[in-house]
Design a protein around this ligand. Structure first.
Ligand code: PEP
Ligand code: MG
Length: 582
């Protein structure tokens, strides 16, 4: 029994992002560059000693983190921190800061930030991509040093948040990737939406999560106990004994439902009247394959390759990518691995790459890759080399039209020719697909279907672009409504085009892993659904307990409706009946 807090219980509501209920001490995360005030200091030498101490403390913290990462992820991932340590030993930079403090008599935080900004500006303007990356190293180290000087806690401290509930304004995908897998009880953020990439990662990591909780940061204090209900989106700060008691029975019901669907986990993907479908896994790296196996995924339907970039917080080399891809293909043991080429951009940012007013509509995914052969070609080489080890499919993200698809395919063909000349050939023919996540390409699906082996519908982005609703903005999360008739009818158009041209269709957005949506997607004509592995059991259960006729009828009924609320009710009712919730 948790001791009751002297602070009153506070209830807040957000968006449920990853199932399960977690409760424990709150771990408040301060993020980003601190805002530093400028002030005169009485003792310049004391100020410089403070600076030395902060540099040393940062050096020790990075060295420790380097050791941890080397142990958990390997030496090549840990090497990123060597660049950070070099920044701390940069004599010219440290000298410039000392001179600035002496010349101005201002506080060292302010002078440090001023000097560093000048360095960052210089590196950012450099032609050479490698040198440009130094800017993000400097920015990262600067934020650590500033946190030491100011006595605040950097976002990187997520590694230390074991057995606690992480509370943050927002979590970037790389911060989420940095959460210790074996110990964060839950996370809750003030910003963010259900299909933001942090929420997606939380579902893979099986960490209960709620996002978009208005007023969160103001309400929570260090030392509070916090309960995060990833099923309903409720967040309770300092829950009373009575509240906890109520949750215990809810947890029990969730566990019972889970146990029931898990009984059928190893049964084949067929409807009750024998129509086949395929449930696959969305993964972010080799570490997710264990879950894919555990939940009997038929293969990998979406490999989010950008996760390696985000984990390293740098551009990986061909060798680093090959090492990871080869491991995934080997470990998939003959099951198909669908690589999605790099989808950086939007909320998945590397350094300052996406310092844009409108990143979701900006320099993202295939746009970036076609513009940066120095990034795209090494990745394709790494994928095609891994394809020599087992069956592989490749798909391009954010395709907006046929010409773009052809350009991407041309690069892939040229890389394949280059490798063939080196004697490296894929084990099996590589199937080539396009992600359908931009409305323009959905509108020409009939034409694109003649150029591809498969479509994979990214509903997370398709919904946001179709409805013009940012998928990560909590102020408009109620408008992010997949049950909009426009979404249902667009999906129908895509599947119909694919069917007419004999093209396989998959859905790999979050709707695929939602037991409320999966029946409709199969009813509309999808063949494969790819999802975070822990979502597979419920989806498999609902589909196995349906007939093909029921699913087609459900789709026809949904297509005939013109109101979101009616579509939502229809789908929720179907799924609840199959899961025997009512
Ligand atoms: C999607 O948009 O649905 C998708 C699968 O891609 P991501 O979520 O990585 O943008
Ligand atoms: Mg997408």
């Amino acid at each position: 029994m948790q001791a009751e807090s002297s602070r009153p219980e506070i209830r807040l509501q957000g968006t449920a992002a990853a199932p399960g209920v977690g409760r424990g001490p709150a771990y408040l995360l301060l993020q980003g560059m601190a805002i530093v005030a400028c002030q005169k200091v009485p003792d310049v030498e004391a100020e410089l000693r403070r600076f030395d101490l902060a540099l040393e403390a940062t050096r020790q913290a990075i060295t420790k983190l380097r050791q941890e990462v080397a142990q958990s992820l390997g030496e090549s991932e840990a090497a990123i921190f060597d660049a950070h340590l070099l920044v701390l030993d940069d004599v010219a930079l440290i000298d410039d800061v000392s001179k600035e403090v002496r010349a101005t008599g201002f506080n060292v935080e302010f002078c440090f930030q001023e000097v560093v900004q000048r360095y960052i500006d210089i590196f950012e303007r450099m032609e050479d991509a490698f040198l440009r990356e130094r800017a993000s190293d400097i920015r990262d180290v600067t934020s650590r040093v500033l946190h030491h000087l100011l006595g605040t806690r950097p976002a990187h401290a997520t590694m230390a948040a074991r057995q606690q509930v992480v509370v943050a304004r927002d979590l970037t995908p790389s911060e989420t990737a940095g959460l210790p897998e074996d110990g964060v009880l839950a996370f809750v953020t003030e910003e963010g939406g259900r299909t933001g990439h942090s929420a997606i990662m939380a579902r893979s990591l099986e960490i209960p999560a709620v996002v978009g909780v208005k007023g969160l940061m103001e309400a929570v204090q260090e030392g509070d106990v916090i309960l995060v209900d990833g099923e309903t989106g409720a967040v309770v700060i300092n829950p009373t004994g009575a509240t906890l008691e109520g949750y215990r029975s809810q947890e029990l019901a969730i566990r019972r439902r889970r146990d029931r669907v898990m009984l059928e986990i190893a049964l084949p993907d067929v409807t009750s009247d024998g129509e086949g479908f395929a449930l696959q896994a969305n993964i972010g790296g080799p570490e997710d394959l264990e879950d894919a196996r555990l939940y009997c995924a038929q293969g990998v339907g979406l490999y989010r390759t950008e996760n390696l970039y985000l984990r390293l917080d740098a551009w990986p080399t061909e060798a680093q990518q090959y090492e990871e891809y080869a491991e995934v293909v080997r470990e998939a043991k003959g099951r198909l691995v669908t690589f999605r080429t790099l989808d950086l951009g939007g909320d998945k940012r590397l350094g300052d790459l996406n310092d844009e007013a409108n990143p979701f509509m900006g320099y993202r995914a295939i746009r970036l890759c076609l513009d940066r052969p120095d990034v795209f070609r090494p990745q394709l080489r790494a994928i095609l080399r891994a394809a020599a080890l087992g069956p592989v499919a490749v798909m391009f993200p954010m395709i907006s039209g046929i010409e773009e698809f052809r350009r991407a395919k041309e690069v892939l063909t040229s890389v394949a020719d280059e490798l063939a000349a080196e004697g490296i050939r894929p084990k099996e023919r590589i199937r080539l697909g396009a992600m359908i996540e931009i409305p323009s390409v959905a509108a020409v699906a009939e034409d694109l279907a003649q150029e591809v082996d498969f479509f994979s519908v990214g509903t997370n982005d398709l919904v946001q672009y179709l409805l013009a609703v940012d998928r990560g903005n909590p102020r408009i999360s109620a408008l992010y409504e997949p049950a909009h008739p426009a979404v249902v009818r667009t999906l129908e158009r895509i599947f119909k085009a694919a069917r007419q041209h004999g093209v396989a269709t998959a859905v790999c957005g979050e709707l695929a892993g939602d037991p409320v949506w999966a029946p409709l997607l199969i009813g509309l004509g999808a063949h494969e659904l790819s999802m975070a592995p822990p979502a597979i059991p419920e989806v498999r259960f609902v589909l196995r307990h349906s007939t093909k006729d029921e699913l087609v009828r459900l789709a026809q009924q949904a297509l005939a409706l013109s109101e979101c609320s009616a579509i939502k009710a229809l789908l929720a009712d179907y799924s609840a009946t199959k899961l025997k919730l009512r």
